[in-house]
Write a protein that binds this ligand. Sequence first.
Ligand code: PMP
Length: 284
Amino acid sequence: SYIVFNGELTKRDTISIDIEDRGYQFGDGIYEVVRVYNGRLFTWEEHVERLYASAEKIRMTVPYAKEEMKAVMEKLIEKNQLTDGTIYLQLTRGIAPRNHAFPGSDVQAVLVAYTRVSDRPVALMEKGADALVVEDKRWLHCDIKSLNLLGNVLAHQEALDAGCYEAILHRDGVVTEGSHTNISIVMNGTVYTHPANNLILNGISRKVMLKACDSTATSYKEEAFTVEQLLKADEAFITSTTLEITPIRRINNQPIGIEGEYKVIKKLQEAFTADIEAECGPLH
Ligand code: PMP
């Protein structure tokens, strides 16, 4: 299969990563995961905006224009004949002798992108996933989609070891987000989700979900909620590029709402699907 390496399409097995790439040594870089439906990019503009915003926050220069980036991703999809799947793309601060200090301005960011085939997780989206509440021990710039994912990895593994699908993170009893998703709850017909500040990643699917609230006349508040409120919620769900809107069935082994009913969630899922179809064409 083909990948993008520094702006060019190349066969995957022809490239290698330098041992002094700053992404490899420091996690000094940023990334995006973009969904492809019917061979078409979904919410590309939002993803590319977030990528450039992340770059700016870590004082990294992206050596490509946004349009250039889109053109090469479209070429990648075509070359790999990807219909349904994702594109993973990352930029690191480049290759330089190991030193915490930024390299000189002559060192260019390294861009890598590749595709993966994947279907929508329809079964999970219908029956729901189980979750475990875990302390959020990450740093205070969770708005940056950085390669430093150790806090997320450890939390997620803790959930997996407990037989759960996702870790729901909290700081001092206030729920922030999932290890690789955003979380929302429904209480008395209103959707609550953490405000998009430095404590969470401003998820693109979270945005699509809020748009779905508008189009279905579902009230919502970008307001933080506690673990206690989460456990008592009428419904709870996670959002992400690959999971879209996925209900949470149980948290810490405790059922949330009525299993399989997911009244508000189903409404939002329908609007989410309509949004995908409007941009990428009919889903099968
Ligand atoms: N929060 C975290 C920590 C994430 O890693 C992700 C992406 N996997 C999300 C939220 C969801 O973001 P998006 O909807 O843009 O995929």
